[in-house]
Design a protein around this ligand. Sequence first.
Ligand SMILES: Cc1ncc(COP(=O)(O)O)c(C=O)c1O
Length: 484
Amino acid sequence: MSETQKYAISQYHDVDEIYRKLNALIEQPIRRIREDKLKEYLAYFENRCRHSRELTDKAKKFIPGGVQHNLAFNHPFPIAIEKAEGAYLWDVDGNKYTDFLQAGGPIVLGNNYAPVRDKVIDLLHHCGPVTGLFHEYELKLAELINKNMPSVEMFRMLGSGTEADMAAIRAARAFTKKKKVIKVGGAYHGWSDQLVFGLHIPGTGRLEAMGIPNGCNANTQEFYPNDIEELKARMKANRKLGGTAAVLVEPVGPESGTRPVPFDFNKKVRDLCDEFGALLIFDEVVTGFRLGMGGAQGYFNVKPDITIFGKCITGGYPMAGGVGGRADVIQCFAAGIGGTGERAYVGGTLSANPLSCLAGYFALQEMERTNAPVIAGQAGDRLTGGLQAIIDRYKLPFVVYNQGSIVHLETSGVMLLDLKNPDKLFAEMNPRKNLIEEMGMAYMASGLITLAGSRMYTSMADTDEVIDDALRRFDAIFSSIEGV
Ligand SMILES: Cc1ncc(COP(=O)(O)O)c(C=O)c1O
């Protein structure tokens, strides 16, 4: 690492090369783990995860589906975690795992990081988690964010990324007095009525909008990932349809860069927003502070009007969300009963509570002090490089690439199927989805926890030893793929 490296990405990936490999992957038949090995992995759950099974079986009676978080689903059944420390998690049966899920992204310092935990415990002793009144750390957190991300002139703390996305588009509409919000097809921006639109698979619009009335997404639109021309055409057409209030993007590409963007993509979206008088919203729920203290906006050197935060904003402590940006825009959230009548409504009893703000302040301060985003990025580089070597050695069609500490390991390519080729989508979606479930199961039985069997986050706790040990485990799994 150079002395001055500030961002987790050491070298921007070759986007064309990644798409070439991903397209080659989905052109090939699925490569599964051999039956005998699969049986061994399944036996792990049967024999060594009995307590997890008991608990999650019981939970099905009281909790819909048995687990509450989308990421906790795991084939053949979810495991229950009882301890987290540094790079590792332990389940209720005492099994130890290297944690590449990182709670879905917020953990950059490592699990249960003591210096932040101690500050939280101290606060709980004298203040408790919440009072409903102003607390000094609300200000300290907003100042610290502003110092690192100057585009965030003002900041409103909220409860989750979902809420922050909702608030951001509300602010954009209130400010511009325009209607349409355009997102990238396939991108996830939380589960609010308006943004459950074009999820996972580009072009699918309301496919997953069960329980959401049509009108809720009437002003939400999507464009095909990286298709700047389509975006421009939509913005042009919207001039006659109430105008484009905002374009909402994840700066590394939808689903944390699962469909990566060319380096100049964000700049081009910025230019279009300026041309059409729309606001540019960066959803930095994952990238905010994980890619560096300046976020993806600092890395790409593109200034959004509004930034959405989640996850890292509290270092993994609860109520993690917030929206910030230009003072003239964010001012529309000015609190106070009997406001001016121009106020865009936001609320939340527990939003901006002392616990979340203090945890966020100390987590960000520690990340800055320790250079955690860059160290986590180096771990991501080491993991990616090691996986690539294994893939090459076994001549597998799998694709691995990373944006710093966000590591994508595609063994099935399911996320690349879409409506451009509907026959292939409908024929292959389920088998390819099953494959990543199977891979996720094999990883877990080998002591590796990933996000849905295809994505991994690394943290500052992932030393070279941690990564090399994980690579040995991946090697054993990949050596048992059919045809190796
Ligand atoms: C890019 C992005 N935006 C928004 C969200 C929603 O955040 P939350 O789960 O805190 O509601 C997520 C969650 O994974 C996300 O990845």
